[in-house]
Design a binder for this molecule. Structure first.
Ligand SMILES: Nc1nc2c(c(=O)[nH]1)N[C@@H](CN(C=O)c1ccc(C(=O)N[C@@H](CCC(=O)O)C(=O)O)cc1)CN2
Length: 295
């Protein structure tokens, strides 16, 4: 068996194309969606993700406003930048690119974001709404990677209800909110949220119909961990030196041999990453629609 590819590039393109008519509607009603980004420091990966977010905005007709602070920025500088983004009229939603350089308290900075402008769904109010299961009229932004994973599974008709999901990794942007999202009413999966202290990790993963690997350890998830036919989403990404060329290349958490056992597999790169970016755009559009039409 060779797994069906969960193509994040193609799925993200479909999401973006669906957003463009909503963006046109907003603009014709006088609301110009604008994404702000706050980047602190010079981490190359973070710089490249932020640059990608601005390119995506340009592609779909969302304005974007970039605030870059040097690695030497103090917590007071970061706080001031967040306050400016909260009050900037042209910024309808924004993100603080994570991780922040060492020495900054990320949670404290996320708490300063105006929850109505939180394009990442990482403000405690919006995470709290996810815990409370509040949706519908009180729609709140969902963290982008979890939202992208669920969106991709749904678009590929991978069953979620009643299925057992193993999430590997308990980080803020993926594992923790994803566990909450999958167990929400309407999705109704059963989730095992595993982490570095989980005993018999391979056995936990073997029971799962859907496996999400978000650890950042190259090829950690092996083919004999996977139930035949399971859907496997490879999220963690690491830059490694190519053995033949010596050049840097990106590699995921999932061993390539998993493709022979899984029913569906997201490549990495080219899987969940592009969906993360697409769901950020969706959050920006949704926030602008709420501004125009109300809750
Ligand atoms: N404020 C946030 N910070 C971070 C988040 C987040 O959702 N909000 N997630 C990650 C980084 N991230 C977005 O910010 C992100 C990571 C990867 C990709 C992506 O498209 N990756 C490509 C490969 C990119 C490459 O060539 O380097 C892929 O998977 O195909 C998009 C967004 C941590 N920080």
């Amino acid at each position: 068996m060779t797994a069906t590819t969960l193509d994040g590039v193609a799925t993200a393109a479909a999401v973006k194309s669906e957003l463009t008519s909503r963006i046109d509607d907003l603009r014709s009603n006088g609301v110009v969606p604008g994404l702000g980004t706050l980047l602190v420091g010079d981490d190359p990966a973070s710089r490249s993700y932020v640059a990608g977010k601005h390119r995506d905005c340009a592609e779909v007709g969302i304005e974007s406003i970039r605030v870059d602070l040097p690695a030497s920025a103090t917590t007071a500088d970061v706080r001031a930048a967040i306050h400016d983004l909260n009050s900037a009229r042209e910024v309808t939603g924004y993100i603080v690119q994570l991780p922040l350089p060492a020495g900054h308290d990320e949670n404290a900075m996320l708490e300063l974001i105006d929850p109505d402008k939180d394009a990442d769904g990482l403000h405690p109010t919006n995470l709290g709404r996810l815990v409370l299961g509040i949706e519908g009229e009180l729609h709140s932004p969902l963290p982008c990677t979890p939202a992208g994973i669920v969106e991709m599974l749904q678009r590929y008709d991978v069953a979620i209800r009643g299925r057992h999901v193993a999430v590997i990794g308990r980080g803020l942007t993926v594992g923790r909110p994803l566990g909450l999202l999958f167990t929400r009413k309407g999705l109704d999966a059963t989730v095992t949220l595993t982490h570095s202290r989980t005993v018999d990790l391979a056995d936990e993963v073997r029971r799962a119909d859907i496996v999400v690997a978000a650890v950042g350890v190259p090829h950690m998830v092996k083919a004999d961990w996977i139930k035949p036919g399971a859907a496997v989403l490879d999220v963690g990404i690491t830059r490694v030196a190519d053995e033949e060329t010596g050049k840097g290349r990106l590699t995921g958490d999932v061993d390539p041999a998993v493709a022979e056992v899984a029913g569906h597999l997201s490549p990495n790169p080219g899987g969940v990453g592009p969906m993360t970016r697409a769901m950020l755009l969706a959050n920006v559009v949704k926030a602008a629609e709420l501004k125009l039409y109300g809750r």
